[in-house]
Design a protein around this ligand. Structure first.
Ligand code: SF4
Length: 694
């Protein structure tokens, strides 16, 4: 602060890292950002923050940022810096040429969960109204798409049920496949406060995360399951609750489909789902699992929070439905302190899904096949919408390799580093004739791009993000875009270069269009957001002040659905060559693949990813703490330093993936969730051996 000068003005905006959505006061001296102060009136954070939102904004002025558009005829040529006009003319000509040659469905888009709702809405509109197909997907494909599917099937809406305040009323909390202390720190603080007041905690995770035992917090039960057995564990808990008569019959009779419940109860009651039967499979002691199930059923208000350790599996959607079953079974829906709560990873993963990024859904989770829904958008957009769902990201890449998909606009997403099976992604990208990367830095995907459009940071634009509790927060322009245009403006320029004629002059007009076409946003406007600070959807005539708790009087779909959740083992198997299971996670100071946080002072806290390995497994391999190891799977290998620790169970190893050198996705398989294609990042059979380093 001393170097930057005393702040003389401030702008309230929203953190662009995780799904907690903390509000900050960006304090400036003239045009220079001096510091980010947590905003005490922010409803998601109430004046709290973590080291990412507080300190990791320096990437906005990092020397690596690309500030001018660049083009090249082929990916083997060097980049040529050009004006915005030339870049857009080049891009539009090439995209139109591709459609003429290969047909209307040869183009597609990928939206970003880092961008605003308004930007995401425009990118999917670009696909539907300008490219004239539904080839739109989002990076949520690789994280929370099973949440969308699973909660949509059971409850009727693809979102968490509670606000963050709800945890203050919880008596027993399950945290499954999530590590809030590192991933969602401000929520973790609120949870820990409630635990210190006496609420009980059940952690279901292969790793002994901090919440299991840390200062003033100790979990009542830790179920250290074998990676890949989530469904078996959840079904075993339901077995205990049903066979011991601990379920909430009154709630189920009133709120759920009773016939489906009876089928489900008969299914889970079978002895093959008993904890004892599954002990060998899951690695969870049956007695511990029984006690945990009893505690959840009888312990008062029960809430479930979960993360990517639930979704990024071949049975990710099944586990989400199993969690929903457990909440309905125990009557833990529709009041403070209960509910099913996905801890969203990226700042706007909820919003990117809400805004119609998926190839089968228009904004507001309405199927593109529905003519009445299409008619709403056709009237506003003035074009006919293709009734056929489009391609998901993996299908776009398959079609590219097959030769029918030729052009991709990728906003704020590095698919080469983030998506599974790196070789297949690069083959797909290399087969395209126009890859447009719209981003802050020359990322890995840009190696295969023909056009690079410089992106703007969250500090440089107006708009909204929607956090994990469905809270729509304002993002406000703190400084002018260093690249010349905010991301929503770039998408509009591209659409217009292709002949669209869009005329938005401010993101508030885009929000007006969202409200006019999407019932759950009908009451949202920038005026309402100014008045209320933020608002949780659904916000409409029925709920003018928004909706902190969902499904209070009934489920969005009517009766809640119990769905039978049969455990199916992943095709990824351990064996003599690959005897260990690798799972992955994050660390507090860094964020995802580190594109932003590695370009900030947060690197002082974390400079390399390491491989956690149990002392027995390390000893068997002659490894010591700090040794370099080779981590090999059926798909590839990489080198890391070993961290010998009993945080992981024997047979399980763990790493983070914040540094490109870690190359985690060279190791992971291409197995994915059966319903949504979300990659199975959390289960990879590996071998670990001594190495001389990279
Ligand atoms: Fe809040 Fe998440 Fe940002 Fe940390 S990273 S300040 S918890 S929104």
């Amino acid at each position: 602060v001393a170097e930057m000068g005393t702040p003389n003005r401030s702008v309230v905006t929203t953190c662009a890292y995780c799904g907690v959505g903390c509000s900050f006061k960006a304090e400036l001296n003239g045009d220079r950002l001096v510091r980010m102060e947590p905003y005490k009136h922010g409803k998601a954070n109430r004046g709290h923050s973590c080291v990412k939102g507080r300190f990791a904004y320096g990437y906005a002025s990092h020397k690596d940022r690309i500030l001018n558009p660049m083009i090249r005829e082929t990916i083997n040529e060097p980049w040529r810096e050009v004006s915005w006009e030339e870049a857009l003319e080049f891009t539009a000509t090439r995209l139109k040429g591709i459609q003429q040659k290969y047909g209307q469905k040869s183009l597609g888009v990928i939206t970003s969960s880092r961008c605003t709702n308004e930007e995401t809405y425009l990118v999917q509109k670009l696909a539907r109204a300008v490219f004239r197909n539904n080839n739109t997907d989002t990076c949520a494909r690789v994280c929370h798409s099973p949440t969308g599917y699973g909660l949509g099937q059971t409850f009727g809406t693809s979102a968490g049920t509670q606000d963050f305040d709800s945890v203050e009323h919880s008596d027993v909390v399950i945290v499954m496949g999530a590590n809030p202390t590192d991933g969602h720190p401000v929520f973790a603080s609120r949870l820990k406060k409630r635990l210190r007041q006496g609420a009980k905690l059940i952690v279901i995770d292969p790793r002994r995360i901090d919440l299991v035992r840390s200062a003033h917090v100790e979990a009542a039960h830790h179920l250290p399951l074998r990676p890949g057995t989530n469904v078996a564990v959840i079904t075993a808990m339901a077995h205990v609750i049903v066979t011991e008569g601990l379920f909430d019959e009154a709630f189920i009779r009133e709120r759920c489909d009773w016939d489906e419940f009876q089928d489900y109860a008969a299914f889970v009651s079978d002895e093959r789902h008993a904890p004892e039967t599954n002990e060998m499979l899951t690695g969870v002691p049956a007695t511990e699992l029984r006690e945990a199930a009893r505690l959840f059923a009888k312990g008062g208000n029960g809430a479930i929070y979960y993360g990517l350790g639930v979704t990024e599996h071949s049975q990710g959607s099944t586990t989400v439905m199993g969690i929903a079953n457990l909440a309905m079974l125990t009557g833990n829906i529709g009041r403070p302190g209960v509910g099913v709560n996905p801890l969203r990873g990226q700042n706007n993963v909820q919003g990117s899904c809400d805004m119609g990024s998926f190839p089968h859904e228009l904004p507001g989770y309405r199927h593109v096949k529905n003519p009445e829904v299409r008619e709403i958008f056709e009237r506003v957009w003035g074009v006919e919408i293709d009734p056929e769902p489009g391609l998901r990201i993996p299908n776009m890449l398959d079609a590219a390799v097959d030769g029918s998909f030729k052009g991709l606009y990728c906003q704020g997403e590095d698919i080469l580093q983030s998506d599974p099976d790196t070789k297949h992604v690069s083959a797909g990208l290399a087969a395209m004739e126009c890859v447009i990367v719209h981003d802050l830095f020359l990322n890995e995907t840009a190696n295969y791009a023909h056009v690079f459009l410089p992106g703007s940071t969250f500090l440089e634009k107006d708009g909204t993000f929607t956090n994990a509790e469905r809270r729509i927060n304002r993002v406000r322009e703190v400084m002018k875009p260093r690249n010349g245009y905010a991301d929503w403006e770039v998408t509009q320029l591209l659409a217009n270069a292709m002949g669209a004629g869009w005329t938005y002059t401010h993101p508030s007009q885009i929000m007006e269009e969202i409200a006019a076409t999407t019932p759950s946003f009908a009451g949202v406007s920038y005026e309402v957001l100014e008045e209320q600070g933020s608002v949780q959807w659904p916000c409409n005539e029925a709920h003018p002040e928004g909706t902190p708790l969902m499904h209070v009087d009934g489920f969005m779909r009517g009766k809640g659905r119990f769905i039978v959740t049969e455990y199916v083992a992943t095709d990824e198997r351990t064996g003599p060559r690959f005897p260990l299971l690798l799972t992955t996670g994050r660390i507090l100071s860094q964020y995802n693949v580190g594109a932003q946080t590695r370009r900030t002072q947060n690197t002082v806290w974390h400079q390399e990813d390491v491989l956690e390995i149990h002392p027995h497994d390390a000893e068997n391999r002659g490894l010591k703490d700090g040794d370099w190891v080779k981590l090999a799977s059926r798909t590839g290998e990489t080198a890391l330093r070993a961290k010998v620790t009993d945080r992981v169970s024997p047979g399980v190893v763990y790493t983070t993936f914040h540094h490109p050198g870690t190359q985690a996705n060279v190791i992971t398989t291409d197995y994915s969730d059966w319903a949504t294609n979300c990659p199975e990042y959390k289960v990879t059979a590996v071998q670990v051996s001594a190495s001389n380093g990279p």
